[in-house]
Design a protein around this ligand. Structure first.
Ligand code: NDP
Ligand code: DGY
Length: 303
């Protein structure tokens, strides 16, 4: 026999306002949420004791108060793997766009700045023969490394809490963060946001980077201290940065980072392909149904 559910839905692509969430969740057995919904003690209390599963349409789960959720014995579903390829692809696109200054070039074509072919105009940095450092060689970090290698990368360094057996597939060298930062020509951040990684990329981090190095972040904005990044970019301490994620999101249009030509900012579109978002939403629904029926969830977070 099928499961029959009463569904209360926020029927919009815009995030549900907090007051509506707090109202709508009352008495619910399951909650399907997005990464823009902060699920904390207030929401859990508003839901009450019925709540037994939270299913987020994301692989990141830093918006969920794990300790509060665990305390209440609530299960969590999330969407690992299904967005790995799309996110890795976007990260590579962002790296190339940033390193080869594509947004600047497009702008110059439109604004008449393109006067003629000039030997040093809009020069950037290439991957051939370079050293790439991946901070967090997880599912997405590994997929990024696999995509970058064919561009002729010479060395692939990675840092994290533990060495990864799969790193051999990309000839990855497990190194201390400091070594990665000072030896890389491209640094790609693809770790999860945790208390340990919050603010990891700060003044000390940027000051160890090569002046010609390019910094890319597609993990979470809070891994980066944006004031320190602004300082590093505007002073020429590092060459350029590409960010798919910021703090806050959206980044205010008057944010100092947006005044810099050597900073490319995207609106958190790592997983944004039609097919990936389709698969993510189906998996999110299946996780929710599994939790509601006290049965297996296709992707349950073990925490
Ligand atoms: P994984 O769990 O597979 O990878 C996360 C990696 O982070 C692990 O390898 C882990 O290493 C590493 N990590 C944890 N702590 C540290 C640390 N202190 N220093 C360095 N590395 C660390 O997750 P995914 O690859 O699937 O996703 C990673 C993140 O990407 C998500 O959490 C999410 O925030 C973000 N994301 C962003 C998207 C976008 O649209 N821009 C799309 C999808 C995801 P270890 O195992 O050693 O702890
Ligand atoms: C995630 O899943 O964590 C991304 O940030 C969006 O797909």
């Amino acid at each position: 026999m099928g499961l029959s559910c009463e569904v209360s839905q926020w029927d919009s692509d815009e995030p549900v306002p907090r007051t509506e969430l707090l109202k709508g969740v009352q008495g619910a057995h399951g909650l399907l949420c997005l990464l823009s919904d902060k699920i904390d003690a207030e929401v859990l209390d508003a839901a009450g004791p019925n709540l037994k599963v939270i299913s987020t349409m994301s692989v990141g789960f830093d918006h969920l108060a794990l300790d509060e959720i665990k305390k209440r014995g609530i299960r969590i579903g999330y969407t690992p793997d299904v967005l790995t390829d799309a996110t890795a692809e976007l990260t590579v696109a962002l790296l190339l766009a940033t390193a080869r200054r594509l947004p600047e070039g497009v702008e110059e074509v439109k604004n008449g700045g393109w006067s003629s072919w000039k030997p040093l105009w809009l020069c950037g940095y290439g991957l051939m023969g370079s050293t790439v450092g991946v901070v967090g060689l997880g599912r997405i970090g590994m997929a990024i490394a696999q995509r970058l290698l064919p561009f002729g990368v010479n060395r692939l360094l990675y840092s994290g809490r533990t060495a990864k057996p799969r790193a051999a597939e990309v000839k990855g060298e497990f190194v201390p963060l400091d070594t990665l930062v000072s030896e890389s020509d491209f640094i790609v951040v693809s770790c999860s946001l945790t208390p340990e990684t919050q603010g990891l990329c700060d003044k000390a981090f940027f000051s160890k980077m090569k002046k010609t190095a390019v910094f890319i972040n597609s993990s979470r904005g809070a891994v980066v201290n944006q004031e320190d990044l602004y300082e590093a970019l505007s002073s020429g301490q590092i060459a350029a940065a590409g960010l798919d994620v910021t703090t806050p999101e959206p980044l205010p249009t008057n944010h100092p980072l947006l005044t810099l030509k050597n900073c490319v900012v995207l609106p958190h579109i790592g997983s944004a392909t039609y097919s990936t978002r389709g698969v993510m939403s189906a998996l999110t629904a299946q996780n929710l149904l599994g939790g509601l029926q006290d049965s297996d969830m296709p992707s349950e977070l073990r925490f």
